[in-house]
Write a protein of this length. Structure first.
Length: 401
């Protein structure tokens, strides 16, 4: 989800948020946590640095589970769904079909051209360098299997060729030549999950099936591109959390099983640094977590991350800046919290630093622009009639102020 300094787009992995899995904690009183955290006896934690500023008001209504990509110049958002009366976990809520682009250089928004797709949320979305590819997802009636490509320069959409995959919400990565879609689920319950995948080539508008994977079906897992392989790790199948993984090489259409991880099974986010896959926090059932590990695909080895300053959390965002992984926001495990705290992890020093607080959000969109982290939408405290609501605004975090 990040823009790597130096002018090259790194793979954007789409984390399809299946809301019921992460909103079990939000049924009670909402508490917004702007500061504090678990006391950690670790000298490798430095003081907070950086500055938050608001994004200008945009034309989109509040929403969650929208398609989102960073193009190198604009944040593109499309589709998603609202949380009327706090019903953020209700997949029967009608989905949305509009979109907008945000330019941080000018702090301005523009509406996207109308899409040929039906309204939907939980889609797979990737930026190819010239187009935003949007595939699958679901509407109020169930999962979908079609897709379309949006060209922001020409302000046009085109339909993608029919996919060989069944209808689903799934995750994907961009390899530089193909979008790889793997796994997924028909809904947030995860009772019907998948272990197959396909690759789409936008240059030829064609699909191919991936070789069978050596791991079981799952959704809400780590799915990341390492400049040579797609890494699959963790996730969920129904109520079962998973802690194994595999790597897929599209050049040879082959898989390999990953070495066992030191982490417990979980649903979690990840960031690729160029040499390691960083994993931190996440959830195991109703329990939020605060530990992490780094996976080196070249050596097929893991190392445990130094303890950080953050409380256990899930539904947070992560971005890679080129030097550190930023972790921010999210919620607690057994109480209804919106955390406004965050931290930066430096893998070279194996050290953490605090991020200044900002009003908390749960499962927002987040991207690194090369200079700052953009955070938009997500779930926020409600206005009194509902405990929670969707957000339609955003903020920007600059590590240098």
């Amino acid at each position: 989800m990040d823009w790597r300094p130096g002018g090259r787009q790194r793979s954007q992995k789409k984390r399809v948020v299946l809301i019921a899995a992460v909103l079990a904690v939000l049924g009670g009183v909402v508490v917004v946590a702007l500061s504090g955290g678990d006391e950690v006896d670790d000298t490798d934690i430095s003081a907070a640095a950086g500055q938050w500023t608001p994004m200008s008001d945009g034309p989109l209504s509040p929403r969650i589970a929208a398609a989102d990509v960073w193009t190198g110049q604009e944040l593109l958002l499309w589709g998603g769904r609202d949380c009327p009366a706090g019903r953020c976990d209700d997949e029967s809520v009608p989905a949305l079909v509009d979109g907008a682009a945000y330019d941080p250089a000018t702090d301005t928004w523009r509406l996207l051209a109308p899409s040929p797709l039906s309204p939907r949320s939980g889609t797979s979305a990737q930026w190819t360098g010239t187009e935003m590819l949007v595939w699958g997802g679901r509407d109020a009636d169930g999962p979908l299997t079609d897709g379309a490509a949006y060209d922001p320069v020409g302000e046009t959409w085109r339909a993608m060729a029919p996919s060989p995959l069944s209808a689903r919400s799934a995750q994907s990565v961009w390899t530089g030549a193909e979008i790889l879609v793997w796994g997924g689920s028909v809904d947030a319950s995860g009772q019907e999950v998948f272990a197959d995948g396909a690759a789409y080539d936008p240059a030829t508008d064609t699909w191919r099936m991936l070789a069978a994977a050596p791991v079981q079906a799952r959704f809400d897992m780590v799915l990341d591109w390492t400049d040579g392989e797609m890494i699959v790790w963790g996730g969920r199948a129904g109520a079962e959390n998973l802690g194994d993984g595999a790597a897929y090489d599209p050049a040879t259409d082959t898989w390999r099983v990953l070495a066992p991880s030191p982490l417990s099974p979980r649903v979690v986010r990840s960031e690729w640094t160029g040499t390691e896959l960083l994993i931190w926090g996440g959830e195991q059932g109703a329990e939020a977590l605060a530990d992490g590990a780094a996976y080196d695909p070249a050596a097929d080895t893991w190392r445990v991350l130094a303890p950080g300053p953050l409380t256990t959390r899930r539904g947070n965002v992560t971005v890679w800046t080129g030097t550190e992984m930023l972790v921010w926001g999210g919620g607690g495990g057994t109480g209804a919290f919106f955390f406004g705290t965050g931290a930066g992890y430096d893998p070279t020093a194996d050290a953490w630093r605090d991020i200044p607080p900002s009003p908390g959000r749960f499962i927002p969109v987040a991207h690194w622009t090369g200079k700052e982290m953009l955070v938009w939408g997500g779930i926020v405290p409600g206005d009194g009639s509902a405990a929670v609501a969707a957000s339609g605004d955003g903020v920007r975090y600059s590590p240098t102020g």
